[in-house]
Write a protein that binds this ligand. Structure first.
Ligand code: CP
Length: 321
């Protein structure tokens, strides 16, 4: 029986990009490349007999499915616990749910939770490696890593390493509902450390200056067209209606001012890479033709999510690959 130290988080945990050293990011990218090149039967032995639990308190398509498929491709057994069909509905706490999964043999937990900081609590309660699959409005670290890999590959940069100048000369525009976006937060923390210039763009209601502690390398531009004209990468964000809580927004005006339409893209950013973490609302923040167009890397992002999460599971369970 392993011993668990309730004060320390397992080193295989991924709770935030904030505390991830550039050397660790580089190791994750390198492992992703190695795992992709590995023959499938060999890859399927890496986590054979290991158990991974997916614990989801919020809905998800991409993150949940890619973590599950990644674990299975490595030979692990997976189990899914969702707040909708488990004893969480009866009031069981996060701590007791985590301890139950541990008692059933889970060796790592992938957690999506509506409260910021829940993954760190779970990591402390259980002593297991916990991978943050998105916590409230805080962070979505695996999304930022898959976004990084997508940018490196689509911009013809080295996808197998990260350093302080990996994205030097690259301007990334993050536009839309910055206020509620854990994806924006993780990317805004990660990309400037790798040399990127980051521009945030959105209306006051969705990008309130007082709510932001702007790090070096991050700028605000309210005029979407001026921001687009400077961007090598445009990352569009969904308006998170589920988190608006009292904020009122004139959607028709928002579409006029901030939708990434094909006309805007052709006029102001005809060479930029278009990204979106999903789920996207076609016709609101992004036009369908743009999402499906040649500049779009949106499906690449999903594919790279599977690749990056494979490497994160190997790291979590401390297996050499
Ligand atoms: N990008 C993202 O987290 O998508 P899901 O909510 O579908 O997992």
């Amino acid at each position: 029986m392993p011993s668990y130290n309730s004060n320390a988080c397992h080193p295989g945990s991924l709770l935030s990009v904030e505390h991830l050293a550039i050397s660790e990011i580089s190791d994750i990218l390198a492992a992703t490349v190695r795992l992709e090149a590995m023959p499938r039967p060999e890859r399927a032995k890496l986590l054979a007999g290991r158990k991974v639990a997916l614990l989801f308190y919020e809905s998800s398509t991409r993150t949940r499915t890619s973590f599950e498929l990644a674990a299975k491709s490595l030979g692990a057994t997976t189990t899914l616990v969702s707040d909708k069909s488990s004893s969480i509905e009866k009031g069981e706490s996060l701590k007791d749910t985590g301890l139950t999964l541990r008692a059933l043999g889970a060796e790592a937990i992938i957690l999506r939770h509506n409260y910021s900081g829940a993954p760190e609590l779970l990591a402390r309660f259980t002593g297991l490696p916990v991978l943050n699959a998105g916590d409230g409005m805080h962070e979505h670290p695996s999304q930022a890593l898959l976004d990084l890999r997508t940018m490196l590959l689509r911009l013809a940069l080295d996808p197998s390493t990260a350093h302080a100048a990996s994205l030097r000369g690259v301007t990334v525009l993050i536009a839309g509902d910055i206020r509620h976006s854990r994806v924006a937060r993780s990317n805004a923390m990660l990309l400037p450390r790798l040399g990127a210039r980051v521009i945030l763009c959105g209306p006051e209601a969705l990008l309130p200056l007082q709510a932001l502690g702007l790090a070096d390398g991050i700028e605000i531009e309210r005029d979407f067209e001026k921001a687009l004209a400077q961007a090598n990468v445009v990352m569009m964000l969904r308006i998170q209606k589920e988190r608006l809580a009292g904020l009122s927004l004139d959607l028709a005006r928002y579409i006029d001012d901030y939708q990434l339409s094909s006309e805007r893209l052709a006029t102001y950013a005809s060479k930029a890479l278009v990204m979106h973490p999903g789920p996207m609302i076609r016709g609101l923040e992004i036009a369908g033709e743009v999402a499906d167009g040649p500049q779009s890397a949106i499906e690449d992002q999903v594919r790279h999510g599977l690749a990056i999460r494979t490497a994160l599971l190997i790291r979590a369970l401390e297996v050499k690959a």
